[in-house]
Design a protein around this ligand. Structure first.
Ligand code: ZN
Length: 255
């Protein structure tokens, strides 16, 4: 620093940073799928737990250090972008636009997320006014009906069961073709391996339907266990996982 810093003053730190859209399923990464014509389509997804947010943007990447985030994403106009919070405004010109999202509640870096894709969605409204949408590749979106139905019910059930409101105005769940885990509980933007969202009653087993329900109930339980209340360090991750797994049985039995 040129000058000494004064305790209690507010300072703004600016830095240039270049992160790459990678193929490693960590940080901000690229996933692909084949559409009905066999054409390869691309989407950009994040997976930050435990320490990969730092690959996407500079940050103090530790669970106890919560901050508010304002995400801005540039995309081509034929794609959609999503983040933890609802879209505040869109700015731009022909071809490319900036999506500017509302500032988040205080949260850990590992729960920040964004997705840019050409996916379609099914909307449903849970008990309160929470917008609840399931996203999948256009040719598979019809198989997201089951999760759309049970997901919003479980979210509303948890709110009354815990007697703690879901603190965000929306929930998006995205069926990602390539992801390193079964599901990731990013606050307001859950990403899941696509087979854990999609259910085709003509083809899939009752066992698959049960597993899917359990995964959805687990990731939604994390919105409280882990997201709202967070362990200081990764040693205590069992608190996140133990409670989410336990509560998932209650949530999935409810529906
Ligand atoms: Zn979990």
């Amino acid at each position: 620093m040129d000058e000494e810093l004064i305790k209690g003053e507010r300072y703004t730190l600016q830095m240039e940073f270049l992160g790459y859209l990678n193929d490693q399923l960590r940080g901000f990464y690229r996933s692909t799928y084949r559409d009905d014509d066999g054409t390869t389509k691309y989407l950009a997804v994040t997976h930050f737990q435990p320490t990969h947010a730092r690959r996407a943007f500079p940050c103090f990447d530790e669970p106890a250090l919560k901050a508010t985030f304002e995400v801005h994403l540039a995309r081509e106009t034929w794609m959609t972008s999503l983040s933890n919070m609802p879209l505040a405004r869109v700015e731009g010109q022909e071809g490319w636009v900036w999506d500017r999202f509302e500032r988040s509640v205080p949260m850990s870096t590992y729960l920040v997320a964004f997705v840019v894709s050409d996916f379609s969605y099914i909307p449903s409204t849970s008990g309160k006014d929470t917008l609840f949408r399931i996203w999948a590749q256009p040719s598979a979106i019809r198989h997201a009906e089951y999760v759309s139905e049970v997901g919003s019910k479980i979210l509303a059930f948890y709110e009354s069961y815990f007697n703690v409101s879901y603190p965000l105005p929306k929930m998006d769940m995205v069926a990602v073709p390539d992801i390193a885990v079964r599901g990731m509980e990013n606050w307001g933007l859950i990403t899941m391996i696509d087979r854990s969202i999609l259910y085709d009653p003509d083809v899939d087993s009752a066992n698959h339907k049960d597993t899917l329900l359990e995964v959805v109930a687990h990731e939604l339980a994390h919105q409280w266990f882990g997201n709202l209340v967070t362990p200081r360090w990764w040693d205590d991750l069992w608190l996140n996982e133990g409670f989410a797994t336990f509560v998932a049985y209650i949530g999935s039995t409810y529906v």
